[in-house]
Design a protein around this ligand. Sequence first.
Ligand SMILES: [Zn+2]
Ligand SMILES: [Zn+2]
Length: 267
Amino acid sequence: MSAVRLTILGAGTLLPDRVRHSAAHHVAAGKVSLLLDCGAGTLHALDGTFGPRLDSLTHVAITHFHTDHWGDLESLFFAWRHSPGGGRSAPLTLLGPEGLRERLEALAAAHGDFVLDPGFPLDVVELAHGARWAEGSLTLSAHRTEHTPESLAFRVEVDGVSVGYTGDTGPCEGLGAFFARVEALVSECAVPDPPPVDNHLSPAGVAALAGEARPRVLVTTHAFPALPADEVPALVREAGYTGDVLAGVDGLALELEPGAWRPAPVD
Ligand SMILES: [Zn+2]
Ligand SMILES: [Zn+2]
């Protein structure tokens, strides 16, 4: 069985940044091509430069309804609908918090019917806090986060490998256990210590979360300018975390096997 590949497509925030676009991450395993969030920049990050391509996606999962996490969704649908040569025909599953379908109807009213009637079979799945959804080799579990009423964290399990993704969250009861022993944990680390807000994580908060979850590798993302993104791993270590930790940047790709990770070879 070939390795599961995790690619960071958008390691940034809601602010413009040339090397860290808004939130987007990709998990590839066999026929599964799963996009986690699709903030600004995602459409263009799916041109194949970093591996994943727009026409390869089989699943899109959205953590919450902040624009930096799903603002490119209608652009993906527009491109699927109007690609030269006839557009997409393969089915797609779109997963997200409760209220997703209602939001899609509003997007269709603003942008056009192609959002809900894209010309290919579209399965819309709403996930409650604590939901567990499975299809074939892929399982997606959802845990509430301390961010917005609907916000979710995801645990993806495929081909014997687990990937955790916090979406956006502050310190959250139960989240460390939810991510227990994942091969890779993609965690937001948005603000410096001491944290000025309680709905985002600081390096100390990430160290506590990862210390409980004990991933094989931790990837930090979503740092606002007061917290230089490349310095986050050192700060997480200073806060007491001793495991492998990398600063997320667009294009960072890892190969994951049960119990192990390595940098993905450059294609
Ligand atoms: Zn948010
Ligand atoms: Zn965000």
